[in-house]
Write a protein that binds this ligand. Structure first.
Ligand SMILES: [Cu+2]
Length: 172
C-alpha cells in the first residue's frame, strides 16, 4: 500500500501556503496599480469616475465650499501640481487630512492637506503627487459623513483630448 504524497501528509495549512501568498501578492499589486479605467476602491466615498472633473478648468472654480454639514463638491479630480481651495467656517468645521474607514479616521502619508482650525479660506493647497487624498471635518465626519477626497490622477491622453477613460494613480 502506498503512503499519501508529502503535501497531504503535512496538513492543510502547509498545503495552502503558496496559494495564500499568491493571493496576497495579487492583492498588493491590485492596490498599488489600479487598472487604467478599471474598478477602484472608493476613498472617503470618492472614485475617479464619479469625482467632479476639474482637469480642464482654471484655478478660480477649484474650490470646495462647506457648511453644516457637507462639502460641495466632496469629490474632485485635478491634475498633478494644481491647487484646491476650501471656503467655509473652519472654526465650526475644522479641516483634517486623512481617511474615514470603518468608523474611525486614519492619517494618510503624503497627504498635502493641512489641518485648518480657524478662518474662512484655506488658501490654495497644492497637490504635487498623484493619489486619492482624503479630507474630513473633525467635528462631523462621523455624524454627518462630512468628508471627501481630492483625486490627483494621471490620464493617458496627456490632458489633450479630455478623454479620461484611461487613468492611473501612480507615475509610470
Ligand atoms: Cu463640520
Amino acid at each position: 500500500m502506498r503512503s499519501p504524497p508529502p503535501s497531504r501528509r503535512s496538513g492543510n495549512a502547509e498545503a495552502r501556503r503558496p496559494p495564500r501568498r499568491a493571493r496576497i501578492l495579487a492583492l498588493a499589486v491590485a492596490l498599488a496599480l489600479p487598472p487604467p479605467g478599471g474598478a477602484e476602491a472608493p476613498v472617503n466615498g470618492c472614485t475617479v469616475r464619479d469625482a467632479v472633473d476639474w482637469l480642464y478648468v482654471g484655478p478660480t472654480p477649484r474650490h470646495v465650499d462647506f457648511a453644516c454639514c457637507a462639502y460641495a463638491p466632496p469629490c474632485v479630480k485635478i491634475r498633478p501640481g494644481r491647487t484646491v481651495r476650501w471656503l467655509g467656517d473652519f472654526t465650526f468645521h475644522p479641516l483634517r487630512a486623512g481617511l474615514v474607514i470603518g468608523g474611525g479616521t486614519q492619517s494618510q502619508p503624503g497627504n498635502p492637506i493641512p489641518a485648518v482650525d480657524s478662518g474662512t479660506n484655506s488658501g490654495q493647497i497644492s497637490f504635487a503627487d498623484a493619489g486619492s487624498w482624503g479630507f474630513y471635518c473633525n467635528f462631523h465626519w462621523a455624524t454627518d459623513a462630512m468628508y471627501g477626497a481630492v483625486i490627483v490622477a494621471l490620464f493617458a491622453d496627456g490632458f489633450e483630448t479630455q478623454d479620461t477613460s484611461e487613468w492611473s494613480l501612480v507615475f509610470p
